[in-house]
Ligand binder design. Sequence first.
Ligand SMILES: [Zn+2]
Length: 149
Amino acid sequence: VSVNLVTRTQWGAIAPRHKDCLKSSAERVVIHHTAMRNCKSNTEHFDDIGYNFLVGQDGTVYEGRGWGVVGAHTKGHNADSLGIALMGNFDYDSPSSEALMSVKQLLKAGVSQGFLFPQFVLFGHRDLGNTKCPGAKLYAALPQLRSAK
Ligand SMILES: [Zn+2]
C-alpha cells in the first residue's frame, strides 16, 4: 500500500518536546476535522500537532505525531488510539473523495505495518466527546472508512 506521505522533516516540523509511544498497536482510530475558523499561518502550531496524521482535501497525508506515538486529540482516549484529522471544516462541506481514499490507504498501511490492530474500531470525535468534530458531513462519511477494512 503506498501513501503519499509528507513527513515532518519535509514540512519543516519542529521535533516534539515530548513523545510517548503507544504500548501496542492502536485499537481505535478517531477521526477529526481541523475546523480552523481563520486561515492564519500554521507555523505557530507546528510544534504542537496533536493528531497522528492530517489529510488535505487533495489527498496529501501530512505526518503529525506519526505512527506508534500517543497523540493529544481526544481527551481520555489517546492512550490506545490514533488520531487522524481531515483539514477543513465539514459541518456543511463534504470531504473530498481524494481525502477519504487517502485515509483508507493510511489505515490499510497502518494495519499492514502493525501499527493498527486489524480489528480496529473507527470513531468520529463526537462519539467520544462533547463536540461537533468531525462535522456532520465527515461524520456521515465514516461508514465508507470503516468499510476500508
Ligand atoms: Zn476532534
